[in-house]
Design a protein around this ligand. Structure first.
Ligand code: SAM
Length: 292
């Protein structure tokens, strides 16, 4: 039987054979469209000089393709019931390691050091569980494991927020958190009809590529991200309103905020969503200097 796992009749057979029922609460929307899978794998441009991390292999529909292209594949699957299923569907592949763990509770550096035998550029390729898309993205970005690329399927709306430009409604602290480290690109849009069961929304394949250095130079990353979160706290309020809300209304604070804004040449009556990453960096660096 050399049909792909994602062929609908084969997926069905696997589910029936193992008596497996999909769990909505774990974001189990499986891909049963070989064409889409081929497009994902092509976009990921994996070679034998890559190690791949997958989040949520399900029954292995994407994993089998990754295993054919990559040096090694490490896949995190939270659902214990899928472990025997994967042992069956992926038995032909010696370069796949399945770890039965919540990816969010995983020390990525330690686990990859244990599993990957060669130090190769790492790509994350996944059809993400949608109930925790943003936490998973942030878990990888904030990890000390410098993932080279992430090629992930997620809700179209979240992909658009991550890929947004300043001054648009989609632009926000998530945009900045991702674009700080990674160059972003939406490869293609995927209709919800290719999943079983169908999710409520359409999806997109998002491709992130790590920058040689962060997009902007900041003196204190934590302070920079605090500022960008603060600026979007109340979206319809001005930057000035949001800054006072986040940093306090004491006279000394207000004076220092005003001084920082003036030095960064940013009009306090602007809204956070109009500021570029460069402007946020400039303001954050001035605020650091002025001890806010
Ligand atoms: N890769 C398969 C495919 O494309 O058909 C399944 C993708 S499905 C959208 C998401 C998968 O992530 C499910 O198998 C689910 O059990 C798993 N999952 C959900 N939460 C997880 C977590 N916190 N850590 C690891 N895997 C998780």
């Amino acid at each position: 039987d050399n049909r792909e796992i994602a062929v609908p009749s084969k997926t069905k057979e696997i589910l029936v054979r193992h008596g497996f029922t999909l769990k909505k609460s774990l974001g189990q929307n499986f891909l049963t469209d070989p064409n889409i899978l081929h497009k994902i794998v092509a976009a990921a441009e994996i070679t034998k000089n890559n190690n791949v991390i997958e989040v949520g292999p399900g029954i292995g529909a994407l994993t089998e393709h990754l295993a054919q292209k990559a040096n090694q594949v490490l896949a995190f699957e939270i659902d214990q019931r899928l472990i025997p299923v994967l042992a069956d569907t992926l038995q032909a592949f010696e370069n796949v390691t399945i770890v039965n763990q919540d990816v969010l509770q995983t020390d990525l550096v330690k686990t990859t050091e244990k599993v990957f035998t060669k130090d190769l550029p790492v790509k994350v390729v996944a059809n993400l569980p949608y109930y925790i898309t943003t936490p998973i993205m942030m878990h990888f970005l904030e990890s000390d494991l410098a993932v080279h690329q992430m090629i992930v399927m997620l809700q179209k709306e979240v992909a658009e927020r991550i890929n947004a430009k300043p001054g648009t409604k989609d632009y926000g602290s998530l945009t900045i958190a991702v674009q700080y480290y990674m160059a972003t690109e939406i490869s293609f849009i995927v209709p919800k009809t290719v999943f079983v069961p169908q999710p409520k929304v359409d999806s997109a394949l998002l491709k992130l590529t790590r920058r040689k250095q962060p997009k902007v130079q900041v003196t204190n990353e934590k302070a920079f991200f605090k500022l960008t979160k603060a600026a979007f706290q109340l979206r319809r309020k001005t930057l000035w309103n949001n800054l006072q809300h986040a940093y306090g209304k004491e006279t000394v604070t207000k004076t220092r905020l005003k001084k920082s804004l003036a030095e960064a040449e940013i009009d306090p009556s602007r809204r956070g969503e109009t500021l570029s990453l460069e402007e946020f960096a400039r303001l954050s660096n001035r605020m650091e200097e002025n001890r806010i």
